[in-house]
Write a protein that binds this ligand. Structure first.
Ligand SMILES: Cc1ncc(COP(=O)(O)O)c(C=O)c1O
Length: 417
């Protein structure tokens, strides 16, 4: 551990582009999220938001209320294990689980899976049986109905995610008799980044109602009900995490109506979150490499582009970012923020307000970049090094690291042609 006094100092010592993750802010987000929720509620941390082992470790059950790990690959499994999460507490999700990864996860002791279809359930069962195990499975439901359009919707239309809710009644006998599996509950994830508290509450109330109907159709009591997420946080822009002062009471009243024994743990309630937990702990520091004017328009070229932050840009989810220079005043100029890649798509903001008078060598800070940073970016594209990642807490630097890509060659059998 070594003390630091400013982000400028970190950038000077460790270079840019550099992500700085502040564990004090992460801790505040964790405490806030648990505070908005009923007491008897598990939170699954979605490692896809940021699998950095030190962040994943900081979210683990410890002195306070900690998160369980929601993983979707063997890479995320490795990160969660490295961070000290117990395999039996993890939830393995995703529409394309292969036989090899299921075998690996079950071999490590993961026993809770979200099943996206009858065939996915069968694959999980086959892998579990091969280890002499039984896997608890949450049936992921693609609800045909929704509360109101908000955030990034993931249900209601044909998708690779979940079992169509209208087919559950007919499928029930087969879903409940897959060797190697035991249906433990339901998983519904209908939105990400809800527009506001009303949208989040509306979606959760609707989800609880759908879940109770499906419980009746299945004819078995649910042990775990994962109602998904939607907890919102700014992404690459200035702003604060959302507040949910009404959520707890609203959720409790919906559960009291539809699952009168939920307070006794029948079923246990769970939610999922990525961006809310880690988004605002991150700041991306980048340097201005060049400034150029083309046909009257100014381009500020940074050493960080969609290879560093913004792999989600193709989904239209993040642009434009906002930047600040610590030492500058409030005056701004209009410019486009470009990254270093040889593609016209490498734009972090088109014709946006940036600090006035930017010069090559200036350091800019992009706030709220702790979620969907390196992990969601085109880090291999054009062969630039991955960004540095510094973890800090209480004015101390805990670690600085960088992901390396290494090509490994396999033995190739000689051809006898
Ligand atoms: C199943 C599931 N859980 C959790 C998340 C995390 O979402 P967020 O980072 O918006 O909380 C996602 C994101 O797409 C998801 O698909």
């Amino acid at each position: 551990m070594s003390p630091y006094t400013s982000l400028d100092e970190l950038a000077r010592i460790h270079g840019t582009p550099l992500y700085v993750y502040d564990l004090d802010r992460l801790d505040a987000a964790r405490r806030d999220l648990f505070g908005w929720l009923p007491d008897a509620c598990d939170v699954f941390y979605a490692l896809k938001a940021n699998p950095h082992p030190e962040l994943v470790r900081a979210l683990r059950p410890g002195d306070g209320r900690g998160c369980r790990a929601e993983i979707s690959s063997t890479g995320e499994l490795a990160a969660a294990l490295e961070a000290g999460h117990a395999p039996e507490d993890m939830l393995y999700t995703g529409p394309g689980k292969t036989a090899d990864e299921l075998t690996e996860a079950i071999g490590h002791g993961v026993r809770l899976f979200s099943a996206e279809s009858l065939t996915d359930l069968e694959h999980i069962g086959t892998a579990a049986l091969a280890r002499g195990a039984v896997a608890d499975c949450l049936l992921r439901i693609n609800s045909v109905t929704a509360s109101a359009a908000s955030g990034v919707r993931m249900t209601g239309k044909p998708t690779q995610f979940g079992i169509d809710s209208e087919t559950i009644a007919d499928l029930a006998p087969r879903l409940l008799s897959v060797p190697g599996t035991s249906v433990a509950g339901l998983h519904l994830f209908s939105q990400s980044n809800a527009a506001d508290e009303a949208a989040l509450i509306g979606e959760f109330r609707h989800t609880v109602e759908v879940a109770s109907r499906i419980e009746r159709e299945l004819g078995i009591p649910l042990r775990l009900l994962d109602i998904g997420g939607g907890f919102a946080a700014p992404y690459g822009q200035h702003g604060e995490r959302a507040a949910y002062p009404k959520l707890r009471a609203e959720l409790e009243s919906a559960l009291d109506v539809h699952f009168p024994r939920w307070r006794q743990g029948a079923p246990r309630l769970a939610v999922e979150s990525g961006r809310y937990l880690v988004g605002d702990c991150g700041t991306l520091l980048a340097s201005v490499s060049n400034i150029k004017v083309s046909r009257g328009r100014t381009f500020v070229v940074l050493d960080a582009g969609i290879n560093t932050f913004g792999g989600m840009s193709g989904l239209g989810r993040i642009l434009p970012v906002s930047v600040r220079v610590e030492s500058r005043g409030e005056e701004t100029q209009r410019a486009s923020l470009a990254g270093p890649l040889c593609t016209p798509g490498d734009i972090l903001g088109r014709e946006i307000e940036v600090p006035a008078g930017l010069r090559p060598g200036d350091l800019v800070a992009i706030p709220n970049t702790g979620a969907y940073g390196p992990t969601a970016s085109l880090v291999m594209f054009l062969g630039r090094p991955a960004p540095g990642e510094a973890v800090v807490q209480g004015g101390e630097v805990l670690s600085v690291s960088r992901i390396e890509h290494v090509r490994t060659y396999r033995e190739v059998a000689q051809s006898h042609g």
